[in-house]
Design a protein around this ligand. Structure first.
Ligand code: PLP
Length: 430
């Protein structure tokens, strides 16, 4: 029987939706990467309900978007209110909501970044930042192995994973330097990275990086890395572009991950959580760097007022409900809980985390990355009603980025189930 027929035979509402998509959707999306796909119907707080009414605890936060939880009442109210007033507003025409959006960004921006540009996706924000760097100075845009800045034509060339750019038929866009990855590079990780950077023959226009790599598998560099990179950029006259699209919005226990290092980049991109569930991102920058002439950039829906109003509300919740502080308060005990539960389990290369962001890196008995087992764990947990992510340079990292509003007992029970599923799978094949 074909998959389509199986779906029909299954007779569920989810199967029916999947069958309709199979008939019409072009290739290339992730829709059927998990088969059968999880068909979402509703989401609230930390919980997703599928098309057949089954509930799932989402410990992945919709790829780290749901920082304030799904369907936050303040965001929903702001969207309702704005919908009755003004939806589309071209970027050529200012509106009150746009001013409020910039002021909201200013209220959470790191000290020293005081100019803002809107964007509609993380990739778009990064493209804007890269363009600002290119128009300021000729030279290479340097990045790191394992990086991820989006999958648009303007960003995918900087992706650490070659398959992402091969899918778009594009070459690597700049020199790649090893990202300091303590588990794989040892104590001198920062030295190795900085030496590789110093050895580059190119004139450098900018260095672009995630302060903690997300798609790379929550790779946390040693604490001396960002300050040394800042000093390098200053010496080289290069811009430091930091992508906080996944690491930001309180995820690591500070509003921005760079705050742990006390480093200010020249440009910083933000997205995901700032929209509260709608398509909003932004570039934050130093005024001297954000000096583009008028009409250098636009896109029809760039300043869509519905999105901006939602973002103003979401940023207010992030800031006023102290969600970064909440991540800082809950994170260390949660990480310890995972570490204790997995201490005697074979094949755990590392359990790492920062705030409410966790990674469990899995290895086979011979040390190879255990990608297939990570996939099995994700699938089994989904069957049990818990959503987690899989990520990493070799797809062997279990990744958790729960909504920051998650109740402590729900988090603890969720982590216990994740640890039990990992232990079950790793022990089975030890
Ligand atoms: N940068 C980082 C660090 C990300 O994690 C992502 C998305 O996962 C992006 C950029 C791309 O953002 P978007 O998918 O909104 O284009």
């Amino acid at each position: 029987m074909t998959v389509q027929r199986l779906e029909k035979a299954a007779g569920s509402a989810a199967a029916e939706v999947a069958a309709r998509l199979r008939r019409l959707e072009g290739g290339g999306l992730r829709t059927f990467a998990d088969d059968p796909p999880l068909v979402w119907d509703r989401a609230e707080g930390c919980w997703i309900t599928d098309a057949d009414g089954k509930r799932y605890l989402d410990l992945y936060g919709g790829f780290a978007v749901a920082a304030i939880g799904y369907g936050h009442p303040k965001v929903v109210a702001a969207i309702r209110d704005q919908a009755g007033r003004l939806l589309h507003c071209p970027s050529a025409h200012p509106s009150r909501v746009r001013a409020e959006f910039l002021e909201a960004l200013a209220s959470i921006a790191p000290v020293g970044l005081d100019r803002f540009l809107p964007a509609m996706s993380g990739a778009m924000a990064n493209e804007i930042a890269i363009a600002l760097a290119r128009t300021r100075r000729e030279g290479a845009i340097v990045t790191f192995t394992g990086s991820y800045f989006g999958r648009s034509a303007g960003t995918v060339g900087f992706a650490g994973k070659a398959r992402y750019r091969e899918a778009l038929g594009l070459p690597a866009a700049g020199p790649f330097v090893p990202f300091p990855y303590p588990l794989r590079m040892g104590e001198r990780a920062t030295d190795f990275s900085m030496e590789a950077l110093e050895r580059l023959p190119d004139r450098i226009a900018a260095v672009i990086l995630e302060p903690i790599q997300g798609n790379g598998g929550v790779v946390i560099p040693p604490t001396d890395f960002l300050p040394r990179l800042r000093a390098f950029c200053d010496r080289a006259g290069a811009l430091m572009i930091v992508d906080e699209i996944q690491s930001g919005c309180g995820r690591t226990g500070r509003m921005w991950a760079i705050e742990h290092a006390g480093v200010t980049p020249d440009l910083m991109t933000v997205g995901k959580g700032i929209g509260g569930g709608v398509a909003v991102a932004a570039v934050m920058g130093r005024a001297q760097v954000m000096a583009w002439p008028p009409d250098s950039y636009t896109s029809t829906f760039l300043t869509n007022n519905l999105n901006l109003a939602a973002a103003v509300a979401a940023i207010g919740v992030l800031r006023d409900d102290g969600l970064a502080e909440r991540a800082a308060a809950l994170g260390p005990a949660a990480l310890q809980r995972l570490r204790s539960a997995l201490a005697a389990v074979p094949g755990i290369a590392e359990v790492r985390g920062s705030g409410l962001w966790f990674a469990i890196e899995l290895a086979e008995p011979d040390g190879r990355p255990a990608a297939a087992r990570a996939a099995v764990i994700v699938r089994k947990l989904r069957e049990q009603g818990v959503i987690i992510g899989r990520s990493g340079y070799d797809d062997n990292v279990i990744k958790l980025s729960p909504p920051l509003v998650i109740e402590q007992d729900v988090l603890e029970r969720g982590l216990d189930r994740v640890a039990a599923a990992i232990a079950g799978e790793m022990k089975e094949h030890a």
